[in-house]
Design a protein around this ligand. Structure first.
Ligand code: BG6
Length: 301
């Protein structure tokens, strides 16, 4: 089926009615719904559905850079702006993903234009899979098909839908070091409590645990983010002033979203010719009443 802008999209469904929608524009997951049909990802009501611009919401892929301006490479890289292709004959599911019933593999290779701003040949395979329990996994495999090594940074820029940002907290990042994008990337140490929100936040938490939870107190919903190969976590909420400066974002929408991205930023990945990197994130939702206990057990506390 076609997306809003005429680009192909794919809908994955679980037997009990959870779903995920993936657009070939950016290889971007643009919707993820639970079995009750509730949308779990945020998309702005002002989002612009016009390639090559990435849609404001869902899960844009940031590659081959997340921050900075390396030559003519734009912030967040070009992967989210490109039209990906479907691999009609994907390799079988690995034992790790064998619980996944429904999946799609998308491919991205650099165009002539991409090679001008980032002169490295790569093959990027993105697998999006929806498990029987409705959890969503994104697995990126990036291979160096170049004659020389190259380095990149990467993020799954995940816009979670929340009831009210003032009611939300993140667990799993307390006591960690972070780089603050609002203070020239200065390094700070988190002071111990779960992270809550009362102003603009734009941080890269470093060397994070493989499980992070986002608790939405009002909705009694907890997002559990499990990740692999992604040591850093970007936490972003634009708050009031920045929201007003973004054309594709509503003035008050910062209250209903929070970006928590599994990422590789501080120490970029370097791939030698022929080498492949894998970065995996799995998102699931549990009712908050169950969560604290389950989450502590999973983290071995
Ligand atoms: C976040 C960054 O990841 O993305 C912010 O931390 C940035 O600094 C935001 O403003 C949105 O970026 P963009 O390029 O999608 O407008």
């Amino acid at each position: 089926t076609k997306d809003w802008n005429g680009v192909d999209k794919i809908v994955l469904r679980s037997p009990r009615g959870a779903s995920a929608r993936v657009s070939l524009h950016g290889g971007q997951v643009t919707s993820w719904r639970n079995e009750q049909g509730e949308e779990l990802l945020f998309t702005s009501s002002k989002a612009i559905f016009k390639p090559p611009k990435a849609v404001r919401g869902g899960i844009p892929i940031c590659f081959p850079q997340v921050f900075g301006n390396c030559g003519s490479l734009e912030q967040h890289g070009f992967a989210r702006n490109k039209i990906w292709t479907i691999d009609e004959n994907p390799p079988p599911l690995s034992p790790n993903d064998s619980h996944a019933k429904s999946f799609i593999d998308l491919l991205l290779k650099p165009s002539e234009e991409d090679l001008k701003c980032w002169p490295h040949s790569f093959e990027f395979r993105l697998r999006v899979s929806l498990a029987a329990d409705g959890s969503l996994a994104l697995i990126s495999r990036i291979r160096n098909v170049n004659g020389k090594p190259f380095s990149f940074s990467f993020a799954y820029h995940t816009y979670l839908s929340v009831s009210d940002i003032s009611e939300v907290r993140i667990e799993g990042l307390e006591t960690l070091d972070y780089l603050d994008n609002l203070c020239q990337k200065e390094r700070f140490t988190e002071q111990g409590d779960a992270i809550t929100f009362e102003s603009e936040v734009d941080r890269v938490y470093l060397s994070t645990p493989n499980v992070v939870a986002v608790l939405d107190h009002e909705r009694k919903r907890t997002y559990v983010i499990r990740k692999d190969g992604l040591p850093d976590v970007v936490v972003w909420n634009p708050w009031e002033k920045k929201s007003k400066s973004m054309v594709d974002f509503g003035d008050d929408e910062y209250k209903q979203m929070l970006c928590v991205d599994g990422a590789v930023i501080e120490k970029p990945v370097t791939l030698k010719p022929g080498e492949e990197w894998t970065g995996r994130v799995e998102l699931s939702v549990v009712a908050s009443t169950l969560c604290s206990e389950q989450f502590d057990v999973q983290r071995g506390m």
